[in-house]
Design a protein around this ligand. Sequence first.
Ligand code: APR
Ligand code: PHB
Length: 389
Amino acid sequence: MRTQVAIIGGGPAGLLLSQLLHRRGIDSVVLERKTKEYVLGRIRAGVLEQGLIRLMEEAGCAERMHAEGFTHDGTQISYGDEMFRVDFAELTGTSVMVYGQTEVTRDLYAAREAAGGKTEFNVEDVVIHNADSAAPHVSYRVGGAARRIDCDFIAGCDGFHGISRQAIPLDVRREYEKIYPFGWLGVLSETPPVNHELIYANSPRGFALCSMRNDKLSRYYVQCSLSDSPGDWTDRAFWEELKRRIPAAQADQLVTGPSIEKSIAPLRSFVTEPMRWGRLFLCGDAAHIVPPTGAKGLNTAASDVHYLYNGLRDFYENGSSRGIDSYSENALKRVWKVERFSWWFSSLLHRYPDQSEFDLKIQIAELEFLRSNKAAQLAMAENYVGLPY
Ligand code: APR
Ligand code: PHB
């Protein structure tokens, strides 16, 4: 088989890139190791930056998002029984959209299918060949049969556990990582959200987050030990712990119910450089990971896709390699700013096992400063709604 762009990974990054390229008549094939149902079964954050919204509009996939998504003009931040609001709309003139990441992926799959896009599921043994040549190809197996795709370019959109990153030689690749000493226990429940906006809570017992998917489906998280497993937490224990971590007024209003999904995610900051090796371009979680605190995983995959899509367009439409040659540098400039914000926001809200009394005083002073200083709130808001591409 031959295509212009072979895309490894059928998550949001790979699908968005494939759909955008299709809209410009650039052919791609998506290789996904799982089934579509498995991919759509993943529960992920649901806060979309304007940049991602615009890309979904350009991809022709934004109709349901605009119909079912919720605009959020601000967020609540609480510490103990104190709570204050950061008003994104007033400070930055823009907002974010709450719309499940699973729904973004569902919309992208629907668009690819409607366009007759080629996606191969259940692929195995994907191998990248000759990435640093003008004639790269990808080999893989599906249903036991050996396959090969010859292509002009390869987009490694296969997430943190994919194979693309490894195709960049160790003596070229530089990796940067920070592992956080705690995880997030997340619960999905068919209950009305406790608040119409998100609540990010710092409490003496640890972080908590009150989020939602719609007005009948809530998403909550509590910081937990890395040694915990979901089975260690009954629903009752979860709800009681969440109530201890949010202000009493909200705890009293919290509607609890059976969890329909319960999982624990570790927190990590990770960046690999460069994000390009010859004709291979890394995109999304294949190149970087952020702690979920700032909801930046999908949004940063989107900015990577923006740079790569426009670089490939420039190549095919204008014969210029300027965009693809500057891809890694441009993408990484924004990636590191997002890593900084996600690290800062995580440091502000979580309780760390090795925190001294002094550290705790500084953390509360940081929250008080954010509460009282418009410049501090503007800096936070500009990062939260999304830095410019
Ligand atoms: N071959 C083919 N597909 C693979 C391989 C492989 N060797 N390894 C992984 N994959 C697939 C995974 O099954 C997954 O569907 O690549 C996809 C990667 O998708 P994500 O992990 O979702 O990463 P990405 O598309 O970059 O999404 C970025 O969106 O999923 C959310 O918050 C999440 O931060 C993440 C963001
Ligand atoms: C979520 O709704 O899952 C969510 C929202 C905001 C975050 C993280 C997760 O910062």
